[in-house]
Ligand binder design. Structure first.
Ligand code: DUC
Ligand code: ZN
Ligand code: ZN
Length: 469
């Protein structure tokens, strides 16, 4: 089938221009000058999607999600099906999720479980990173096989001792392995040993409310771990990607390393740009549990939000992901009613990243092309999916979003599609709206209706990062 998107403003990571996009089957075959004789001829034999007044952008690439993640005696509340449908509604057409090896388990077994959960159940395309919760000789050997299978990045934890944490020896070993096989090390950079001590002491004092989750996970402990990870990566001669960076101090560490020329990168997430320790995590009663995530929300009395936006402009933060890890308030967040340490860690947001970051364009924090670069193009390049994903160019997958800058609406649990009984962004007024979404040439969202199928999404065998120097 031939489809042509006409009359829109095509926005890429480098600029915006009026152009028509010609699609043949699943692929983009041409980006044409509107009114040209070629465009006119193509239009006559194509199904036309009118994008007049809309931005035409590459489908969003969210490289940090946790669907069906078993944790804290429960599991994240979106299945691959519900989570990828919600992503599609929000203009994201690719996710990269995290198969998780927990301590004592075999990497291959855990990966197989994730493939079984995702295969045939995704509305959009998906790839995997692998979480290594037990770095040992067998896991190290398996890493090379995974790279061959398209899992070209590995997440390690400096937090959660006894559960997922790797010590410095294990981190260095995994980094050395990545230096050999070309994979990217992703790091959860928080000093878990110090955090667990502070958490124990807080609970012993009777400080059990959700806000204590943020108070004990001090920003100094994120900077310290970020610094250590950067130095270990230097010694291990491996590239490093810091996940869910939340604080000014950690950003300074990344910026310093980058300015020294290191292959060090970082992502942040909308919750760290818009939500705060006082207003959200510190909300009345047990409400703050809705905002328990790690790294935690930071204080609005400091300058984390402004610094993170600056980091996004300066490219010390290269990607915006969501760390989508949703839980319902009822029966899930409530598991920690007596002790903040038992509250499942995570916020759902896969549906709202494109909209929330677009508000940064309107506020003058980032440019229109930077929005596309942060939400689609760089994540695709960083994780070896470019130009198949993250690009409107001939040969790319026809994953395309028509975004209406004139529409306005309000985020609410009543209109979202994620499997959560609350929204972390309830009441946020949004200017701009996802209008139409194509995944590999198929219109999966239009006219406020989901037309996709949960068997449509395909596993993406990723290459090595295309972002490293
Ligand atoms: N880290 C994540 O990336 N997601 C959920 C919880 C965590 O610690
Ligand atoms: Zn993490
Ligand atoms: Zn995560």
């Amino acid at each position: 089938m031939t489809t042509m998107i006409t009359g829109g403003t095509v926005v890429s990571a480098t600029g915006a221009t009026l152009a028509d996009v010609l699609i043949e089957g699943e692929k983009i075959v041409a980006v044409l000058s509107p009114g040209s004789s070629i465009a006119q001829a193509a239009k006559d034999s194509a199904e036309v999607i009118d994008a007049t007044g809309k931005y035409v952008i590459p489908g969003g690439v969210d490289v940090h999600t946790h669907m069906e993640l078993p944790t804290s005696g429960t599991q994240s509340s979106d299945t691959f099906e519900s989570g990828t449908i919600a992503a599609a509604w929000g203009g994201t057409t690719t996710i990269v999720d995290f198969p998780t090896q927990s301590y004592g388990r075999n990497v291959r077994e855990c990966l197989d479980e994730w493939h079984a959960k995702a295969e045939g159940n995704c509305a959009i395309d998906y790839g995997f990173h692998m979480i290594l919760g037990d770095v040992n000789d067998a896991s190290l050997a398996e890493m090379d096989n995974l790279v061959d299978e398209g899992i070209s990045s590995f997440k390690l934890f400096m937090a959660y001792p006894g559960v997922l944490m790797s010590d410095d020896r294990q981190i260095l070993q995994a980094m050395q392995q990545c230096a050999e096989n070309g994979a990217l090390v992703m790091m959860h950079a928080e000093n878990g040993i110090a955090i667990d001590l502070l958490a124990e002491q807080a609970v012993a004092r009777g400080e059990t409310a959700p806000v204590n989750h943020g108070l004990v996970r001090r920003h100094e402990l994120e900077s310290e771990a970020t610094h250590r990870a950067i130095k270990l990566a230097k010694v291990g001669e491996a590239p490093l990607y810091i996940v869910h960076l939340s604080a000014s101090g950690a950003l300074e560490e990344v910026a310093r390393a980058r300015h020294d020329g290191a292959n060090v990168f970082a992502e942040t997430c909308p919750q760290y740009l818009y939500l705060s320790l006082e207003e959200h995590l510190g909300a009345e009663g047990f409400e703050g549990a809705k905002y328990v995530c790690s790294t935690p929300l930071r204080s609005s009395h400091e300058h984390h939000h402004a610094d993170l936006w600056k980091g996004l402009r300066a490219n010390d933060l290269s990607v915006v992901s969501t760390d989508h890890c949703p839980f319902c308030f009822k029966d899930q967040k409530e598991l920690g009613a007596e002790d903040f340490r038992a509250i499942p860690n995570g916020i759902g947001g896969v549906e709202h990243r494109i909209d929330l970051i677009y508000q940064g364009v309107l506020a003058g924090e980032i440019s229109l092309p930077r929005w596309v670069e942060l939400c689609a193009t760089t994540p695709a390049r960083m994780f070896g999916m470019y130009p198949q994903k993250g690009s409107i160019s001939p040969g790319a997958d026809a994953d395309i979003v028509l975004y209406d800058p004139e529409a306005s609406w309000t985020i609410s649990v009543d209109n979202h599609h994620m499997n959560m009984d609350y929204s972390a962004y309830e009441g946020f007024e949004i200017q701009g709206k996802v209008d139409t979404v194509l995944s590999r040439g198929n219109v999966i969202v239009s006219n406020d209706t989901f037309h996709g199928a949960s068997s449509h999404g395909k596993y993406i065998k990723r290459s090595l990062s295309q972002y490293l120097v």
